[in-house]
Design a protein around this ligand. Structure first.
Ligand code: KIV
Ligand code: ZN
Length: 596
């Protein structure tokens, strides 16, 4: 059967043009045949006036105001938009997580959104300290419908938008710059008048010049500054100017320059909340938002897990947890990231990919041997340091290799951190046997068991759970004491004089019984001496033992590496008696050596 992947190869046109004459010898890439000349760099599309940027040397010290737009921007991007029940579940989740301003819909665009805003306005679902925001295009009839939807809500932001970029003005709106400006002012004036008619309501205003990132900076300033005046903004009643990268077209530094330029040139800056709304078309929405905050943005609109039109809005989960990982309180609760993910998946009917930062199923997991080894050592060191400092492990400073944050902080367990497949190594395997089954494998046994695990994973092609590892360990090292060619029918030891031990017992070898005796300076050497009398030459090379749990009657495990004739094998024994465990460990090694 031809696989899908190989079936697509013939359609590729491997770049085959002449290697550029100035290319260094180490780079043999060739010119391709795809028509890249059709696209223009951002510098040819929009003026970028800032050169003395200051954002590169700043750091983010506090969380911006996060405004989820999942119920509008994210909802509009779904093949099956959310119904009222789903919208309400998502709204309640956002409130529970700690968001204080939430865009809840585009009430003039659909009956469902209108009904949902009415549901919130009449249903008592909006806590005292939460402001809902509603979205509208700059048209009088749509503004009227929007105002009708929010009647009864004590606090709202009405978010007005118009596309301002040249291509949109010419192709979509068919209006000149002056006409677009006039249209915005007319709508903003109408909005202000209609909002004033809502008795006792606290209505604030937001404006978005849609496609800000491709709009002439002087035009954005002209429009936004005009609205700051018109809406009578003040420091205690600021307007929101939200500057979207509606379609992401440039590297994030370009957006940061655009935002810093606005931050420095917007009039009455203390009466303006500078907001950003990055999309993710180039896959750099998070970087755009972070650099924009460095550049002066105070508010960020986005969606949980980056839902939204096309490649999505900026991902608020990643942004907030990136801050958390820098020691800055994101002021949003992620202590049960999987519950957040499950509600978002239910509401959007979209899965969060397994590699999604922080929330994906695989993002805290190491399969590679070297990483597992480092993580296992890091977790052990973390526990020691917490104990030394006398603080719970969950409060001690975190620096475990390969884990940017402690998975426990977001409700994950360490179980998922180390998983074993054919790429895994001895450190991870030993870590799982220790944490799940109380075994502390001697260093010299680890590579031996790791080879056995590798054979099993190579043969089965699948991952092994901690339970599978334990079964494999038992079958490899413990069981041979019971089901090998040599078994002990009965035995006892005695210390006849200080340092003089005797072993006496009956062995069954290949179905025949042998009585044997031996002497040594300990019970195990007496046992190997007895084995010698039955024709089995055994030397114990390495030996270790420990209790598996604490308390009386807890089982013990012994590990013995033995030379049996001319082969060397490990065996293990498990018993409530340490002596019995050690005898079984040696017997298991003998039987493993006897096997072909
Ligand atoms: O992406 C966008 O530009 C928007 C609005 C804020 C207009 O969703
Ligand atoms: Zn958007």
């Amino acid at each position: 059967m031809t696989s899908h992947a190989s079936a697509t190869f013939p359609t590729l046109r491997t770049p085959a043009g002449p290697v550029p004459p100035d290319a260094p010898a180490w780079n043999r890439q060739r010119p391709g045949a795809m028509p890249h000349h059709r696209y223009r760099p951002v510098h040819d599309r929009v003026a970028l006036p800032l050169t003395d940027r200051t954002w590169p040397s700043r750091g983010i010290e506090r969380a911006p105001l996060w405004v989820p737009v999942d119920l509008r921007d994210g909802n509009q991007a779904l093949a099956e938009p959310m119904d009222t029940e789903r919208k309400r579940r998502l709204f309640d989740l956002l409130v529970a997580m700690g968001f204080k301003e939430i865009e809840v819909g585009y009430p003039s665009a659909s009956e469902t959104d209108f009904a949902f805003v009415r549901h919130l306005a009449t249903g008592g679902a909006v806590p005292e300290d939460v402001t809902v925001s509603v979205f509208t295009a700059a048209r009088r009839d749509l503004i009227d419908r929007t105002i009708a939807s929010v009647e009864g809500l004590p606090r709202t932001v009405v978010h007005l938008y118009t596309a301002t970029a040249p291509t949109w003005r010419e192709v979509v709106l068919g209006r000149s710059r002056g006409e677009v400006h006039g249209m915005i002012r007319d709508a903003a004036t109408h909005l202000m008048r209609r909002a004033g008619e809502l008795p006792g309501a606290d209505v604030r205003f937001e404006f978005s010049p849609e496609v800000f990132n491709l709009t002439e900076p002087d035009f954005v300033l002209e429009v936004c500054n005009g609205l700051t005046e018109l809406w009578e903004a003040s420091w205690d009643r600021p307007v929101i100017h939200n500057l979207p990268a509606t379609v992401e077209v440039a590297t994030p530094n370009v957006y940061a320059d655009q935002i810093e330029y606005m931050h420095r040139h917007l009039a009455r800056r203390d009466a303006v909340i500078l907001s950003v709304h990055p999309h993710n078309d180039r896959g750099t929405g998070v970087a755009c938002a972070e650099l924009a905050v460095l550049a002066g943005a105070q508010r960020v609109e986005g969606c949980l897990f980056g839902n939204g039109e096309r490649t999505g809005n900026v991902d608020l989960v990643t942004l907030a947890l990136n801050l958390y990982a820098q020691g800055v309180d994101p002021m949003i609760d992620f202590s049960d990231i999987d519950a957040v993910r499950e509600v978002a998946e239910y509401c959007t009917r979209l899965p969060v990919p397994p590699r999604h930062p922080y929330a994906g199923a695989l993002v805290h997991t190491a399969f590679s041997g070297t990483h597992q080894d480092a993580i296992a050592k890091g977790l052990a060191r973390h526990a020691e340091q917490a104990a030394e400092q006398g603080v719970p492990a969950g409060q001690a400073p975190w620096s475990v290799p390969y884990l940017p944050i402690d998975p426990h902080d977001i409700g994950r367990t360490y179980e998922e951190v180390i998983r074993v497949n054919s790429q895994s190594g001895k450190g991870g395997i030993a870590h799982l046997l220790r944490t799940h089954h109380g075994l502390d494998l001697p260093g010299a046994l680890r590579p031996d068991f790791s080879r056995t695990v590798q054979r099993a994973t190579d043969a089965g092609g699948r991952e092994l759970s901690p339970e599978d590892l334990w079964d494999l360990f038992r079958a490899t090292y413990l069981r041979p004491a019971q089901d090998g060619p040599v078994t002990l029918v009965s035995w006892h030891t005695a210390e006849e004089a200080p340092g003089v031990h005797r072993f006496a017992g009956t062995l069954r070898i290949g179905g025949r019984e042998h009585h044997c005796r031996g002497t040594g300076n300990g019970p195990l050497s007496a046992f190997t001496d007895a084995l010698g009398t039955a024709g089995i030459a055994v030397d114990i090379l390495t030996y270790a033992e420990h209790a598996v749990t604490s308390g009386p009657g807890s089982p013990a495990i012994s590990y013995a590496e033995c030379r049996v004739g001319d082969v060397t094998r490990w065996g293990a024994g498990w018993d409530t008696s340490l002596l019995a465990a050690s005898v079984h460990a040696v017997l298991a090694a003998v039987n493993r050596a006897e096997r072909p």
